[in-house]
Design a protein around this ligand. Structure first.
Ligand code: URA
Length: 430
């Protein structure tokens, strides 16, 4: 087999065999296909698709490109993964909250992808944190604290690690096949017993309409269950950034606010919704409402905050993480509403791109991020804004970047008369 003929067949809309897909995945892992070939494979998959059997084959091949973990722990081994959004920092709150509820959460996360932020980049905004740990250390932290959020170790799903970084900078993210294989290869390699997926839908998601989001959710749930992992998916709104901030350190700050009981917004609501569904599915809650209140109690009691702090210290960060540990941008610019009105539309993808262009995401492979930049004080669709009131604060490295970002923010937030805000959870699929 050779990469050129596989890419050609995919380009010509022919159906690849499972053997060809397995071969390509193993070559991604061992480096024998080049970045150019991987990029071409990703683009041809985005354009023409692999078909259902191909998607399953790619998922399994990427999972098997490295080690598959097994656990022997005194509680259920669970996880959640999002398909990617703007201001989506649920994982940083949910993992320790689940651990406080008696679950074990070996969370293998990713870096920023396209216009969306990545959990690993956010964690590494905390000085000293290193998410690239050995399998031994990963096991030790999960066993001791109940959760660890890390990068796939060198030996886990290496095919995804490589393809993910290439997709990030080649505009090849929006594919049901590639997203399914990417998410599930990591999750299945982590040896989970139950998984909840947060499938984002809207202007800041990779799937911007409910039909495509439901199709992605269906593909994810069916593929995961087919591989033996009980899974459910919540399709959730991404027409507004989830947290009122987007950017690595700024999102960590929002998470600390939630974990310290200082914020009650939709970030907390969605954390409780995903956690409640997962606790029920894992047998730790008798119904979803009970599960949601268990998550909220784990936060209000301070237990989740304590576990989060211990996890940060175990990953090399400060002993007692707090807002003051986080880097701050030298320029902070207020973006004011030019007229009064209701936010009728937000181009959340454009807001995510603002963060990328400020230096908070990658425009090319290996780019070093500016952890301090981004947007804060963001509203949501449905919020009323007075003339001259802030639409957002831009955090930038210099004045010129701040001015450019401010213009882009003005264009991305549309004010009007009235709007019906979308529900936070659109649909649940089992
Ligand atoms: N998260 C992942 O891990 N992979 C994707 O492709 C999208 C979101």
């Amino acid at each position: 087999m050779d990469a050129r003929s596989i890419i050609l067949r995919l380009r010509e809309k022919e159906t690849l065999t499972s053997e060809e897909i397995r071969w390509f995945a193993s070559c991604l892992a061992d480096g024998t296909v080049t970045d150019a070939q991987a990029g071409a494979f990703a683009m041809a998959t985005c354009l023409n698709g692999l078909g259902e059997a191909g998607r399953v084959a790619l998922t399994q091949a990427m999972r098997d490109s490295g080690d598959v973990m097994a656990w022997d722990l005194p509680g259920p081994v669970v996880d959640k993964h999002s398909t990617g959004g703007v201001g989506d920092c649920v994982s940083l709150i949910l993992a320790p909250a689940l651990a406080a509820c008696g679950a074990y959460v070996p969370m293998i996360s990713g870096r920023g992808l396209g216009h969306t932020g990545g959990t690993l980049d956010k964690l590494e905004a905390i000085p000293g944190v290193n998410t690239e740990v050995s399998e031994e250390k990963f096991r030790q932290i999960v066993g001791a604290l109940g959760c660890a959020i890390v990068s796939a170790t060198g030996d886990m799903a290496p095919a995804d690690k490589r393809l993910y970084a290439i997709r990030d900078v080649t505009s090849t993210v929006e594919s049901i096949d590639l997203i399914t294989a990417s998410i599930l290869s990591k999750k299945l390699a982590a040896g989970l017993e139950t998984l909840v997926l947060d499938v984002k839908c809207g202007s800041g998601a990779f799937m911007d309409n409910p039909e495509d989001a439901a199709a992605l959710a269906r593909a994810l749930v069916d593929t995961a269950k087919g591989a033996g992992c009980p899974t459910l998916a919540l399709v959730t709104d991404m027409n507004s950034p989830l947290a009122p901030a987007a950017g690595n350190a700024l999102e960590v700050r929002e998470c600390l606010r939630v974990l310290e009981g200082r914020s009650e917004g939709v970030l907390l609501q969605l954390t409780a919704a995903l956690g409640g569904a997962l606790l029920l599915a894992a047998g730790l809650a008798t119904d979803e409402a009970k599960g949601r209140s268990m998550i909220r109690a784990a936060i209000t009691s301070g237990q989740a905050r304590e576990i989060f702090a211990k996890m940060i210290a175990a990953l090399g960060g400060p002993e007692d993480v707090r807002e003051t540990c986080l880097p701050e941008a030298p320029v902070v610019l207020e973006v004011c509403a030019r007229e009064a009105g209701v936010i009728t539309k937000m181009d959340a993808r454009a807001l995510g791109e603002v963060v990328v262009h400020l230096g908070g995401g990658r425009l090319y492979g290996g780019q070093k991020l500016d952890m301090a930049v981004g947007l804060s004080d963001l509203g949501r669709v449905g919020d009323t804004v007075a003339k001259g009131a802030p639409l957002a604060m831009v955090h930038a490295a210099d004045e010129a970047a701040a001015e450019r970002a401010a213009e882009a923010v003005q264009a991305a937030i549309i004010l009007g008369a009235t709007v019906e805000a979308d529900p936070l959870v659109l649909e649940t699929l089992q």
